[in-house]
Design a protein around this ligand. Structure first.
Ligand code: GAR
Length: 198
């Protein structure tokens, strides 16, 4: 059986990328192969994680390309060159337009660090999501993996996992627990699920 070719789009530390790489090594992901990592930040540590794992990397900078349209065109070109089947947004901190997302229906996955529809949409990313959950006072949060469409964080949900909030949590401690208990588990599981159905 031919494996689905996966591209992972990143912006920062890349712990979710690492979870995908580890899941591929351990066989949790066996219907797909991480073929390419694209970063919109040349300094992203995620790029080093990819290189260490022997995965091709590309850097695409909006500032250099001059516009969102040119930025997305360049990403599309790379996805074509590398014959990508599945796109995973793993800590990718740039919203993709409908022009882009409509080219890949049910082919783009995103991991979001809350239980959607809470604390999601434009402006909710990274630590801000956990700050918002703590400020609201919810006792349970979690993570969601969903398909990406034209609505930020609005596409069909694939997997979710709940995580309890502790009384002394800070945004940082909560982010770490949500990653460890939810994101790093449901992202590889969702990627395998989608690849296995192609
Ligand atoms: C993760 O918590 C991810 O869910 C979140 O950013 C972090 C990236 O960490 N993504 C979003 O907030 C997207 N809206 P990582 O680079 O270590 O994977």
């Amino acid at each position: 059986m031919t494996k689905a070719r996966i591209a992972v789009l990143v912006s920062g530390g890349g712990t979710n990328l690492q979870a995908l790489i580890d899941a591929q090594s351990s066989g949790i992901i066996h219907s797909g192969e991480i073929t390419l990592v694209i970063s919109n930040n040349a300094g992203a540590y995620a790029l080093q994680r990819a290189e260490k794992a022997g995965i091709a990397t590309e850097v695409v900078l909006k500032k250099e390309l001059g516009s969102q349209a040119a930025f997305e065109e360049r990403i599309k070109e790379l996805l074509t060159v590398y014959q990508i089947d599945i796109i995973v947004l793993a800590g990718f901190m740039s919203i993709l337009s409908e022009t882009f997302t409509s080219c890949y229906p049910k082919r783009i996955l995103n991991v979001h660090p809350s239980l959607i529809p809470s604390f999601c949409g434009e402006g909710f990313y990274g630590l801000r999501v956990h700050e918002a959950a703590l400020n609201y006072g919810v006792k349970v949060t979690g993570a969601t993996v969903h398909f990406v469409n034209e609505i930020p964080d609005g596409g069909e949900i694939i997997l979710q996992k709940a995580v309890e909030i502790q009384p002394d949590d800070t945004p940082e401690t909560l982010q770490k627990r949500v990653m460890e208990q939810a994101e790093w588990k449901i992202l590889p599981a969702a990627v395998e699920q989608v690849c296995s159905m192609l």
